[in-house]
Design a protein around this ligand. Sequence first.
Ligand SMILES: Nc1ncnc2c1ncn2[C@@H]1O[C@H](COP(=O)(O)OP(=O)(O)OP(=O)(O)O)[C@@H](O)[C@H]1O
Ligand SMILES: [Mg+2]
Length: 504
Amino acid sequence: MGDTILEMKHVTKKFPGVIALNDVSINVKRGEVLGIVGENGAGKSTLMKVLSGSYTNKEYEGEIWVNGEKQSFASVSDAKKIGIEMVYQEVNAMYEASVAENIFVGNLPGKGWVDYKKLYKDTQDLLDQLGLQISPKTPAGALNSGQLQLMSIVRAMAAHPKIMVLDEPTTALTDSEVDILMNFLENLRKSGVSCIYISHKLEEIFRICDRVTIIRDGNVITSGDISEFNQETLVQGMIGRKVENMYVKSAHQIGEPTLEVKHLSVPHPTIDNRNIVDDISFFVRKGEILGIGGLVGAGRSEALGAIFGELVQGVHKEVKINGKEVTINSPKDAIKAGIGFVTEERKRTGFIQTMNILHNLSLISLYDLPKKHFIDRKVENEKAKAIFDRMRVKAPSMNTMVVNLSGGNQQKVVLGKWLMKNPQILFIDEPTKGIDVGAKAEFYKMMDELAAAGVSIVMVSSDMPELMSMSDRILVLSNGKITGEFSHEEAAQATIMKAAIANQ
Ligand SMILES: Nc1ncnc2c1ncn2[C@@H]1O[C@H](COP(=O)(O)OP(=O)(O)OP(=O)(O)O)[C@@H](O)[C@H]1O
Ligand SMILES: [Mg+2]
């Protein structure tokens, strides 16, 4: 028993129509990092919500033992009291409050009033430990998604946990930010803190974990030392089959430019007299996948948002589609002009939580469906079902509310919505964030099919293998300028990285 800090025994958790966890047992030793892997909807987050007290002891069956004592959490704060901290998959922040206030919320220094001097100093110390270059006074709303994710980690760390749970902590991080996190976890391990680490990025699992537990459909498939596994056996355990040829790219015709953008400038959201996108021009051709690389904050998402009419204020742009000048002042204009946009932040802009899968999938396609006096539900259903099946969305049926889906399955719905709409030009921003390897391979296949059918795709991606494997051509943005352009054949990680830090 001695060095085992945590045991979860025979945990079963049911939702209406879904057995999310079926008699799951795991254990964690002092000072080790346990990886948990499994497909989207396997039950990983649910298991961690049981551990962190998000689900109370009355809402599941099974036992939690910490340091040889049986626990019974009635709330998140009960779990925190004995040293369990969780960093959730979806970032929750108070966007108006400062970074410092977000980190120390519920635990602000001072008696009766807040000791801001101490608050800022303590925060600075923590940020320094992680090597994060953010001021404690910055409002959280001004941070980019990577910084927000790191802030949530600092918040958990501020509580000096004994067991730290990280649920997909790197979905919004750049490679160098991932390095920061890995170093930090190394240090935690040395100081005897235990960690549970959930990720779809298997290279991270191999890099940081001592042991791994594979979950499939709510059941533990196996647990073992990481050295007992390789990429292939891990994937096989997760999805019950092999994934051959992850990145599908078929030979097909690339035609004339469909979208041409000239002199695109977007003002910086927080710095006056500065552009986050600074007078860039580019085009994408029929049947071409144009990848856009660069660091977080380089202006890539803003460029797409501005073309799509999501950002308007202070934006300058000249846009031609099929050689004709178009005016786009709103996303509605953009959709009419034949552009689709899979945005990065699905929670804010991707789907309507209170609608079911079917209606989310067909939301923007409704106008294309055969019109009688009313929408042809049969056609809607068939089209949506085809996407639902191909993407392997895990849900009892298409009537399931999107809000009840696991993180990765929500992302599949967002992608599916635009695949169903089948626009002439498709923007996708970090498409495979949080989706499992099986669904990823399927998505790349669909993207390739779209391109082969003549769709022009513009894909922002921080995932190097994805960017290099799927793009016909790559543009690199740095500080709002295009600093590199590479063909599929020329693209190499080193040259892309070099361009990404040019113009700094
Ligand atoms: N509040 C809820 N109501 C109904 N079903 C739910 C709820 N929360 C989770 N589920 C279901 O439980 C199952 C497990 O979900 P969970 O979020 O634990 O998956 P996951 O392994 O974390 O997946 P991902 O990798 O996509 O994050 C899924 O089928 C999901 O739809
Ligand atoms: Mg999850």
